[in-house]
Design a protein around this ligand. Structure first.
Ligand code: GLV
Length: 327
């Protein structure tokens, strides 16, 4: 039976399932993640690692962790691990697809609505005593209903966002690695070249994984190409946006606002200029954070570990070690 290191307390029955399967579980205490040194030390003693998006597992850590057979990431994204390097070393890397798309799309939608209608800025003002009367000119936002939404990345989350947009009778543009004719027909989506999506959208919502190709995808030229009235929503990864260029675009009013669940770095330092813009909404990487979804994600990570420590292949691999390390 194996020794499982979990980098934080997780909701749901994941720990119970691991112990019921006969494994010993070491839970990192406290609310903050282990330091890189503490993570490396814990991995060196573990058969399985249960990680989150803020646990950066380097190839050197994997190489030094001779018994480690799997890194089960409690996330759909896995840019905090190098799956190819892990495969070379015989270590499985897994993620949690299929369970968080709707919850994440709900949050993208909440952010879009919040930014469009000044929900956060007006709440802040109201608490500060700013509500003096009904004002014909106060907190004027923009309509979501009937506007044009540009979706960048039409995976399961982008699709779930598109479904929400149909209820708002939006024109929906999308740009993705692969065209999806069935979804185009089903949801009335229009495939757009990236420049056309930038120029034609009132809202742009990012749903790409962070890869070398998507890092800095939204930069100065892209912001300049957007409508000055447009709002950017990011629930993907902070690195997909060139944050300095975003700050400059907000300063120069090249775009009208942004709603960000992800930033660079995370947490966003309190001296970031992003906090100074009233038209920017910032949440702490919580797009998948419903109790049900986070519990299911944790359980999936546990299921992947149980499968691998039981001598099999995991249910949701993102790499394929040719010579998996054996239990
Ligand atoms: C969260 O960011 C995830 O990738 O699941």
């Amino acid at each position: 039976m194996g020794h499982v290191f979990i980098t934080r307390a997780v909701p749901g029955r994941a720990v119970e399932s691991l112990t019921a399967a006969g494994h010993s579980v070491q839970l990192w205490p406290g609310d903050l993640p282990p330091s890189p040194e503490a993570l490396a030390a814990a991995l060196a003693a573990a058969d399985a690692a249960f990680t989150t998006v803020v646990d950066f597992v380097s190839p050197a850590m994997l190489a030094a962790s001779r018994h480690l057979k799997i890194v089960a990431n409690m996330a759909v994204g896995y840019d905090n691990i190098d799956p190819a390097a892990a495969a070379e070393l015989g270590v499985w890397v897994t993620n949690t697809p299929g369970v968080l798309a709707e919850t994440t799309a709900d949050m993208a939608w909440a952010l879009l609505m919040a930014a469009a209608r000044n929900v956060v800025a007006s709440d802040r003002d109201t608490r500060a005593g700013g509500w003096k009367t009904w004002s014909p000119t106060g907190f004027l936002g923009v309509d979501v209903f009937g506007a044009t939404l540009g979706i960048v990345g039409l995976g399961e989350i982008g699709e779930a966002v598109a479904r929400r947009a149909t209820g708002f009778k939006m024109r929906i543009l999308y740009h993705s690695r692969t065209r999806k004719p069935a979804l185009e027909a089903d949801l009335g989506l229009e495939y757009a070249a990236f420049p056309d999506l930038l120029a034609g959208s009132d809202f742009i919502s990012l749903h790409t994984p962070l890869t070398p190709e998507t890092r800095g995808l939204m930069g100065a030229a892209e912001f300049a190409a957007m409508k000055p009235s447009a709002i950017l929503v990011n629930t993907s990864r902070g690195g997909v946006v060139d944050q300095d260029a975003l700050i400059e675009a907000l300063r120069s009013r090249a775009i009208a606002g942004a709603a960000l669940d992800v930033t660079t770095p995370e947490p966003l330092p309190l001296d970031s200029p992003l906090y100074t813009f009233p038209n920017v909404v910032i949440t702490p990487h919580i797009a998948s954070a419903s109790l049900a979804t986070r519990s299911r994600m944790a359980e999936m990570a546990a299921e992947n570990i149980i499968a691998v420590l039981g001598g099999g292949a995991p249910l949701h691999p993102v790499n394929r070690p040719t010579n998996p390390r054996h239990t």
